[in-house]
Write a protein that binds this ligand. Sequence first.
Ligand code: ZN
Length: 468
Amino acid sequence: MESTTKITILHNALIVTMDSELRVFENGAIVFDGDKITDIGKSDNILRRHRASDVTLHDLNGQFVLPGFVNTHVHTSQQLGRGIADDVDLITWLHGRIWPYESHMTEEDSFISTLLCGIELIHSGVTCFAEAGGQYVSGMAKAVELLGLRACLTKSIMDFGEGLPDLWSSQTTDQCIQSQKELYEKHHDTAEGRIRVWLGIRQILNSTDRLLLETRDLARELNTGIHMHIAEISYENQFVVDSRKVDHGTVTHLKKIDFLQSNLLAAHCVWVNDNEIGYLSRAGVKVSHCPAAAMRMLGFAPVRKMIDAGVCVSLGTDGAPSNNRMSIVDEMYLASLINKGHEVFTTGTTDPTALSAEVVFRMATIDGAKTVLWDNEIGSLEVGKKADIVIIDPCSWTMAPIHDCISSLVYSMRTENIISVICNGKWIMKDKKILNVDEKEIILQAKKASKELLERAGISIPTRMKMI
Ligand SMILES: [Zn+2]
């Protein structure tokens, strides 16, 4: 029988804290009471200090304890659309697949999609994510509350643009702002404080300057963040040069209208020049780098340059139709390799020190927490912070032997090594079993909902080979 005590000690573990001194405890222990970490240190000291307390003890036998990962750009509503837009051109991707898919979703679809996505996020060690923007924040919020995750939820907002589905093109700027206010009032700081509501801007191709500025002002008033896709494709910059009469692109224009600020989460930032990197850095804008989606759809983001310029860069998976894998573990591996490769491509010289393992691990943890403006409570394992914890089993064919624990976490670890996840002091996955929902049942529901949604949206996926 499991004890009902509130205090839990995980001991006999290697603990990577990601605190300001980057301490790693060999044979360490961590104590949490309710949702908060109350003690951390070497196992023998911790066990001695808490000998008299009524605690639940877990001997981890040398397993690793890490801060929960933060996925800073994910479209939970797109999970039912995994595989609907593989190997298609960008216009087909958006106009032929994603917009029909998203505009035919129901709130129930969004709920099931977020459950399915959340299951994958938990399996990959994510305890907090930033939603990039879907249609039904209420559906997402219901799923996040149930799964036990932490999230910054956002509605996808657009008040302008060609080719939009009928349902969306009728939204006025005032309606866009009003709907966000209502969502904030309804869902912000709910689910024991695990859910925050941010403001969303889909992208500059679909927003007027008035929408941008009113969103900026509303975010200030509500003291929350703004999540926006920025400088994704070269066409976007050309569009901005033509329509806004600036000399480069989206970031230059956003600087000109005084939109760049420290509560802005800019997803992608692939097509930014040196001046624009300077603007992002000086304004304290946070960037979500999504390596897989960038390689598939967008191009090489100047990640090393942005980090060197002092920009806080973190990791995101993007949505299932842009990536297919919602694993931040895979993104760590890809981020390191892609940016080493990019270095050779741009300078003509190999540099294996580009985006080292410790830098990439920061991006997935403490810098992810900074990106979602939550680093006072998450992103590292420290006394007083929330108990958002991942336990991994390194003793497997994927990781053994280990000579350098930090590089092993980035270069060898697979999603399969993640065995247990704790969020806000509660176990949400234990020994690879998702605890709050029935994983198999959700998969069945998702398959059904996805099939029906594609039929409603009139999306059919051509076969590639001779199906018999
Ligand atoms: Zn996105």
